[in-house]
Design a protein around this ligand. Structure first.
Ligand SMILES: [Zn+2]
Length: 212
């Protein structure tokens, strides 16, 4: 049997999620006779995925909240989704559906270094933030960045700041996995994600263009 895609966690499955894992899952649901798709499945998570997955959960004998269409570990393992490997998940924004609203290195007196050390994504409080790459996260808190998460991946640290909530506070995460929600904690005038990149372990001021 080919390698299986590991369960990415229930929080991975949310509106706006765009991943080859969704496509691979959908193809398996169709093969199991559970497909509720009007077009071919994936790569975006939709209501058709939820309906199809709920049909799979019912087929396995789950009911009520265990058959609500949100994938769980047990039903996922029994679906045998083939590993998507290789290129991995492409994440186009740390706040899916939202673009940069205040750019990196913009100059201004209200930034302590005289310029903006990251890129801001303005969005309503509670908007999901996702890991831009697979890696490991840790959580922290301070007066300027508020509640933050640091994602370490490939020799870099990606800082997620001003969060209202963290969905994960430590350990491994996958690209595209929901890790936190937008907020305005710390020194922020309104809800937004301040997204900053540094070399792994780099201090404030070692920022670099926040691409991934
Ligand atoms: Zn900022």
């Amino acid at each position: 049997m080919p390698a299986q895609e590991p369960f990415p966690g229930a929080a991975f499955f949310h509106k706006g999620q765009h991943s080859p894992v969704i496509t691979a899952m959908g193809k398996r649901l169709v093969a199991e006779g559970c497909g509720k798709y009007r077009t071919s499945p994936g790569p975006e998570w939709t209501d058709a995925d939820r309906e199809s997955y709920a049909a799979w959960q019912h087929k396995l004998g789950f009911s009520a909240s265990d058959a609500d269409g949100t994938p769980g570990q047990q039903s996922w393992d029994r679906l045998h989704v083939p590993a998507t490997s290789g290129g991995g998940h492409q994440v186009s924004s740390p706040v899916p559906g939202h673009a940069v609203t205040t750019s990196y290195h913009k100059k201004g007196p209200h930034w302590s270094l005289g310029y903006h050390t990251g890129a801001d994504y303005a969005a309503a409080k509670g908007t999901p933030c996702v890991a831009v790459l697979s890696g490991t996260v840790r959580a922290g808190q301070d007066g300027s960045f508020g509640n933050y998460l640091v994602l370490r991946s490939g020799g870099f640290d990606y800082w997620y700041c001003h969060l209202s909530e963290r969905d994960v506070t430590s350990g491994p995460v996958r690209a595209g996995q929901q890790v936190a929600k937008v907020g305005s904690t710390g020194n922020a005038t309104g809800p937004h994600l301040h997204f900053e990149k540094r070399p792994a372990g780099g201090r404030f001021g070692s920022d670099m263009p926040p691409n991934w």
